[in-house]
Design a protein around this ligand. Structure first.
Ligand SMILES: C[S@@+](CC[C@H](N)C(=O)[O-])C[C@H]1O[C@@H](n2cnc3c(N)ncnc32)[C@H](O)[C@@H]1O
Length: 292
């Protein structure tokens, strides 16, 4: 066994051990692949390496492992490692909890005219963020709100901003919302739809990595994170949940997907059941919200 320039043990004379790739990917974006999928992941890494014109795995590994360096290279690799499967109103019970309980409660307890903030963390191509926006606007058409959609994938964010969806993909939107918030696009006969401007102008998208600190420190009334943490290592789940919890403002809620139970309670939040859905609620102020 030899040692790569970065100090990582290599599996043979020229290669990087699959475990070292796996550890690097987890560190960088939280994604943990099952043992059985590792050959496929290594194949993706090799494909990306060759596309970059790099011959030796150790050189490519060193480039990716250098802090702050190779970030363009990571972006390209992450596009190929992430799963962007999504749909409108994907887990209906979470949206029912939001529509029937959380939004009315927030409206009742917030000062009149106050702006609500909702965050779809790991929003993929935008369907989840637009679903949240449909619930929020239907709850109070004149109320002020912003939905933030974030994802590590820049490609997904680009598609989300276009707000263009095929006939099949809009079929999971409840009929009354479809009538009100979707409009056909008549440019090329593809039968695509877009979302009314009144909604798109209240939804903002950005690239964010949930396991890296960045400048996005807003305080949200609702943080929604579904089908993202199920792909993370346990340590990355803890890290991401702490980050999500820290961005829930006083009286706000964190809603995770059904398969995304964190081992520990999200710091500062209380587990609650809302309309049959497990959620986490901030009942007491975060230190920065306490006014002396
Ligand atoms: C399967 S999709 C889920 C989309 C949507 N939340 C839903 O439930 O339909 C998972 C998304 O998480 C994103 N993702 C993966 N790792 C991430 C990370 N470290 N930070 C932010 N987003 C991440 C992926 O790019 C992908 O778009």
């Amino acid at each position: 066994m030899s040692k790569a320039a970065s100090g990582v043990r290599t599996s043979d004379a020229e290669g990087i051990a699959p475990q070292a790739w796996s550890d690097l990917i987890v560190r960088r974006c939280g994604l943990a692949f099952r043992h059985i999928r590792m050959p496929e992941v290594i194949g993706i890494v090799h494909g990306q390496m060759r596309a970059r014109g790099i011959e030796h795995e150790t050189e490519y590994y060193t480039l990716l492992a250098r802090p702050g360096d190779g970030s363009g290279e990571w972006d390209a690799l992450i596009e190929r490692l992430t799963n962007h499967e999504t749909s409108f109103f994907r887990h209906p019970p979470s949206f029912d909890a939001l529509r029937l309980h959380i939004l009315p409660e927030l409206r009742a307890t917030r000062p009149p005219g106050g702006r609500l903030s909702l965050w779809s963390a790991g929003c993929s191509t935008g369907q989840e963020a637009y679903s949240l926006a449909m619930c929020a606007i239907a709850d109070n058409a004149h109320g002020q709100f912003t939905v933030w959609g974030s994802d590590i994938s820049h490609e997904a964010i680009k598609i989300a901003r276009q707000a263009r969806f095929g006939r099949r993909s809009i079929s999971t939107i409840p009929e009354h919302y479809r009538q009100r918030y979707l409009v056909p696009i008549n440019d090329n006969g593809a039968g695509d739809f877009t979302i009314v401007e009144d909604l798109t102008q209240r939804v903002r998208f950005m690239g964010t990595n949930l396991v890296e600190p960045d400048g996005f420190r807003a305080s949200h009334d609702v943080v929604f994170c579904h089908n993202v943490l199920i792909y993370f290592s346990p340590a990355a789940v803890t890290q991401a949940v702490a980050r999500l919890a820290a961005s829930v403002g006083l009286g706000g809620y964190l809603l995770l997907g059904p398969g995304e139970a964190p081992h520990d309670r999200p710091p500062g939040l209380e587990p609650v059941i809302v309309n049959g859905v497990r959620a986490f609620h901030r009942r007491t102020a975060r230190p920065m919200e306490i006014k002396s």
